[in-house]
Write a protein that binds this ligand. Structure first.
Ligand SMILES: Nc1ccn([C@@H]2O[C@H](COP(=O)(O)OP(=O)(O)OP(=O)(O)O)[C@@H](O)[C@H]2O)c(=O)n1
Ligand SMILES: C[C@](O)(CO)[C@H](O)COP(=O)(O)O
Length: 229
């Protein structure tokens, strides 16, 4: 299975002065943890890291120090995640029929989840890992007044991996460019084009490292994993 890793962000919400994927948790960069999970997932056979050329010297040194046996390519990213994935899709080898997309910032993903998404995407056109929402969610207007409380049984928090038929995803991205759609994940493009996307049970620990608090949580999760080995 082909895996694209969007890794071309800057990490504004992290407040970092460089790509947050270069920050370390338990002595490895966030990007390195994500790559180690991809290496350990036996269903993944090719990895494309979508990234900014300014980060390439650091990314190449991370790659040189990891025990990776799978082919890895660096692909030039865009100014939004959506543009980055668009570029990644154009750079896929022509043999790629399905693709998994997994955020570099979700470095706690397990190889099991990558493998189960890779197997499931062979049976459908689109899927995402997601977890049921635990909180009561409020829809609030601009003046801070609650408008409604959606039924939680229909609410899921989207994660990655997200998996797609490559041709369909390329068409949905092209339609997104034509229509000027701005979305935060690839499933949203499928939804807007009226194509079904399935849910695969995600993992509570598969958080996206977004703010400094997430770094502390990731440290805790990785420490618990290493002490339970
Ligand atoms: N132009 C962009 C923006 C984001 N990403 C990637 O998409 C993933 C999810 O994005 P997010 O967590 O929002 O990362 P940043 O854009 O770096 O963070 P922020 O929004 O806080 O600036 C990350 O792995 C990030 O590197 C990307 O490939 N290209
Ligand atoms: C794709 C994603 O990780 C799913 O949770 C997420 O949408 C990425 O962007 P966000 O802007 O941080 O939500």
């Amino acid at each position: 299975m082909y895996l694209l890793i969007p890794a071309a962000g800057v990490g504004k919400r992290m407040g970092s002065d460089r790509n947050k994927l270069l920050l370390e948790v338990r002595s490895q960069t966030i990007l390195a943890w994500t790559l180690l999970a991809a290496q350990a997932a036996d269903q993944i056979s090719w990895i494309g890291i979508i990234s900014q050329p300014i980060d390439w010297p650091d990314f190449k040194s991370i790659l040189a120090n990891l025990p990776l046996t799978k082919p890895v390519e660096l692909i030039i990213g865009g100014s939004t995640r959506q543009e980055s994935v668009y570029n990644g899709l154009q750079a896929l080898p022509t043999a790629a029929e399905q693709v998994l997309i997994h955020d570099g910032a979700r470095c706690l993903v397990t190889p099991d989840l990558l493998n189960s998404c890779a197997q499931a995407i062979r049976q459908c056109s689109g899927l995402i890992a997601a977890v049921p929402v635990k909180d009561t969610i409020k829809v609030v207007d601009e003046s801070g007044i609650i408008q409604s409380t959606p039924d939680r049984s229909h609410l899921w928090a989207a994660q990655t991996p997200q998996g797609f038929n490559v041709e369909l995803l390329k068409q949905c991205h092209a339609e997104g460019v034509r229509q000027g759609w701005e979305v935060t994940d690839d499933a949203a493009l499928f939804e807007k084009c009226g194509i079904e996307v399935r849910i695969v049970q995600g993992e509570e620990t598969n958080l996206k490292i977004t703010t400094p608090q997430d770094l502390a949580i990731a440290e805790f999760i990785l420490t618990s994993r290493s002490s339970s080995k």
